[in-house]
Design a protein around this ligand. Structure first.
Ligand SMILES: Nc1ncnc2c1ncn2[C@@H]1O[C@H](COP(=O)(O)OP(=O)(O)O)[C@@H](O)[C@H]1O
Ligand SMILES: [Mg+2]
Length: 229
């Protein structure tokens, strides 16, 4: 099966080479667990393979996201020279709809055109947590997210949806996405450690354990040999 490598140290070994093509993948975890970094590395890896990426920021302004890119020692130039896009969805809505909540239909309307016209192969949406607030019940959220995922799977794109959910297992996003990666930032006997666990990945014999990772000069580095029990 064709795999889309994340380029992140350890992750591709844990997942038979990366995400299966045309899938929607959920990354969730608390603040500071390196979700955005994961997404940014995924986009940068695509550029190395001439696959154009779109990092769609929902809550953060473009300049702030580019500052994060620099602070992680990632390549900011790819967003200036057209190899990838860094877009603040708030900018697109300047005007009438600016103050309204964002729905998955709104995102779909924008992406439908953009993914195709710009030949986007890798998409990161950071994050869908604010979009979830649009829906008045878990059922409506689930139905609309399901339809959004269906729309994405029809495109020639591999998607990462980022979610701020604190508790693994909570939230319904995991039911409708093809995979779930849980990132953690936890206190182990007085020492804070970042962790990652692939909870689900369709079509894949994936590593089932929770592993620690570090943020190094070249990004996330998962200790695949070390298991947290
Ligand atoms: N150059 C760096 N080296 C190591 N850690 C960094 C560096 N830059 C930022 N960080 C750490 O990365 C964390 C943020 O990661 P981020 O991807 O923004 O998390 P999230 O999106 O899950 O909130 C910060 O808490 C910060 O401590
Ligand atoms: Mg973030």
């Amino acid at each position: 099966m064709e795999r889309i490598a994340t380029g992140i140290k350890g992750i591709d070994d844990m997942s038979q080479g990366g995400f299966p093509k045309k899938t929607v993948n959920l990354i969730r975890g608390p603040t500071g667990s390196a979700k955005s970094l994961f997404g940014l590395q995924f986009i940068e890896e695509g550029v190395k393979k001439s696959e154009r990426g779109l990092f769609l920021s929902i809550e953060e302004g473009r300049e702030n996201m580019l500052r994060a890119v620099r602070s992680f020692d990632l390549d900011k130039n790819i967003y200036d020279n057209g190899q990838a896009y860094m877009i603040d969805y708030g900018e697109i809505r300047r005007g009438e709809a600016e103050d309204l909540l964002i729905s998955f239909k709104d995102l779909q309307e924008f992406l439908d055109n953009f993914l195709q016209s710009e030949n986007i192969k890798r998409l990161v949406i950071d994050s869908i947590s604010a979009v979830s607030l649009y829906y008045s019940s878990p059922e409506k959220l689930r139905k609309n997210l399901f339809e959004f995922c269906r729309f994405l799977k029809d495109k020639e794109v591999v998607t990462i949806l980022i979610s701020e959910n604190e508790k693994p297992g909570s939230g319904i996003e995991g039911f409708v996405t093809d995979s779930v990666l849980n990132l953690g930032y936890e206190n182990f006997n007085g020492e804070f450690r970042r962790t990652i666990k692939i909870t689900k990945m369709r079509f894949t014999k994936h590593d089932p354990y929770q592993h620690p990772f570090l943020i190094m000069d070249d990004g996330i580095d998962v200790s695949v040999d070390e298991i947290i029990r």
